[in-house]
Design a protein around this ligand. Structure first.
Ligand SMILES: [Fe+2]
Length: 249
């Protein structure tokens, strides 16, 4: 499996708090069958986390990968960010101030939970116009999307990738995100599923539970598309695969 969304870089956001915890998260991922994991620290959240590309961040990434090697954890660690959508986001991408997913045109972005959906669509379109390909982190958690599922259909048709959180599917964020995630899967609108891991206890890198759920409820081909094929395509900068998207009205 490939996990495209994790907060395993130590001490930079609300994810891992130490190198020890980061190694624990990487070990859990590898033990559950994850072969490639992308570190995606929060970035560009006003008054909270900056984490733009810098020598310090690069150094931290290298230190974690070095520690991983020394600990013999068999996993590939790659660069990414979970970039918060502000009006500056398109320019940040163009100026190379943020890490896209493994240096490809794909980038992981998030919105405020109560954002104006028209604003979201405008930012997505602007990024696309500049030649970048958005992957929207956990759409099922946004209130505006829970209330207007057709928006997810429109984004999918526009070619934006929708990344579901494993915790949503497992019911860890309540019934609305869970129900929304299920509907997105049933309508062929999800590109991939990732852990969005923050810590080894409540939001971990273990992907076995969600792999089992997807296998049982949606079958092997769909499970592999979400956990293996599309994440691989994203990291290689290739087009996403999917089922025919089904509209809501
Ligand atoms: Fe995240």
């Amino acid at each position: 499996m490939i996990d495209l969304h994790t907060h395993v870089l130590p001490g930079v956001d609300d994810g891992s708090r130490s190198m020890k915890e980061s190694l624990e998260l990487l070990t859990m991922a590898a033990d559950s069958g994850v072969e490639i994991l992308v570190a995606t620290p929060h970035c560009n959240i006003p008054d909270e986390f900056d984490n733009y590309v810098s020598p310090e961040l690069e150094d931290l990434f290298r230190k974690l990968d070095e520690a991983r090697k020394n600990a013999g954890i068999p996993i590939r660690l790659l660069r990414g960010m979970e970039i918060f959508a502000t009006p500056e986001l398109p320019q940040l991408l163009r100026d190379g101030k943020v890490w896209t997913l493994n240096g490809t045109k794909y980038f992981l972005m998030e919105f405020a939970f109560d954002e104006d959906p028209d604003y979201c669509s405008r930012i997505l379109r602007r990024c696309r116009e500049l030649g970048f390909w958005p992957i929207v982190a956990h759409p099922e958690r946004y209130y505006f999307l829970q209330e207007d599922l057709q928006l997810a259909f429109e984004w999918c048709v526009e070619g934006y990738g929708l990344q579901l959180n494993k915790g949503s599917l497992l019911g860890r964020f309540g019934s609305a995100p869970q129900r929304t995630a299920e509907l997105l899967l049933q309508h062929g609108l999800a590109a991939c599923v990732a852990s969005d891991a923050h810590n080894p206890k409540r939001r971990s890198t273990n992907m076995l539970d969600v792999r089992g759920l997807l296998l049982e409820e949606y079958g092997e081909a769909y499970m592999r598309l979400l956990l293996e094929e599309n994440p691989k395509r994203i990291l290689d900068g290739r087009a996403l695969l999917g089922y025919e998207p089904i509209p809501f009205r």
